[in-house]
Design a protein around this ligand. Sequence first.
Ligand code: ASP
Ligand code: MG
Length: 415
Amino acid sequence: MKVFKFGGASIKDADSVRNVANVLNHFPGEEILIVVSAMGKTTNALEKIVESFCKRKEVTELLKPIREMHFEIINELFSADEHRVHNDVEILFTQLEIICQGKPEGNFNQVYDQIVSYGELISTKIVSSYLNSSGYQNKWLDARRLIRTDQNYRFARIQWQFTMRMVTETIQKGNRYVVQGFIGSDDDLNPTTLGREGSDYTASVLAYVLDAKEVVIWKDVPGVLNGDPKTFDNTQLLEEISYREAIELAYYGASVIHPKTIQPLQEKKIPLRVKSFINPEGKGSIIGKGKPLKPLLPCYIKKDNQVLITIATRDLAFIVEDHLSMIYKIFHQFGVRVNMSQNSAISTSFCLNNDRIITPRLLEELQKEFDVTFNEGVCLYTVKHYDEASRKRVSKDREIILEQVTRDTYQVVTA
Ligand code: ASP
Ligand code: MG
């Protein structure tokens, strides 16, 4: 069994969905489990609905374009008499509308998971039906019945035992399946999500449970490059990457792979390929055992929309372990990850993702105890395996706010 994952960009419109069938035709007769995310930018759009809904605002106008986009794709892919998919998707939109007409049930994160999970439920209905109608027989699976998690809504953690049992009972040899990435459910069958971009992780969890031969993540780039081509010129393909190296790159924000994705694969030594859905015959990259990087190149990572928070004690006392542990506890409580940190005698600075929802609440909490200053809208550049030229490349002509050089990693926060 192989596990394939198709992300939002690979199913953003009718032509892209057709292309998924084209990619799959390169693998005739193979047992494949296909993990699919929400179409295009649907998750972002659903997030906006959650925000409005939780503020008790009317969301009908926000739902409309999402519905229209999906039905346009359906109308392009299916003839009018293929009622089944129309009905299936109609039912899902109706459920979503009913939720949005009621009162928010549970806390923000719980409501988030309840609403945002529809992106994947809807996309998989469309993709699975289209593949069936184009001759690629497959079964649609409901990840809420397969992937069991805790109740840490929005950042749910897998309950492995139950998940293993459900997955092995459900998935049968010789079949092909389409299943949602990113979502699962808790013990009460409330929907949960695994963190943004979590579909890669779903693919890896399923591969682990099924002892898959390999995982392939299909992307709009030729494989893993030494920088995001949308940001950096002259990027090159990394043909081979060790698990460890990949985990580090993901940690620094390389958007190719979800940070948690590698761990389960590494444990069972399942290779992860990253290939282009535009050029399925291209070589792509392989993440597996072996040398850190081939070829060994500086790797560039840019994280936009960062917030640099500087925290000082009110009485200008030294920042000591006590303060740090208190600060990290607060970070943990808000589920924020530190992308870079630097201490000085009386202050300590942290570069974090600037989350619209979390950052204001986090700042408020920190301000209860400390003097807090912050710069929003800053960028964090990381160069792994840096040399002089690559350091210059990211820092030249930019206003540097904070800089850090370690043995093999260079990081700089710029205005
Ligand atoms: N649709 C979700 C997101 O956009 C999950 C994923 O794409 O992996 O974050
Ligand atoms: Mg997505």
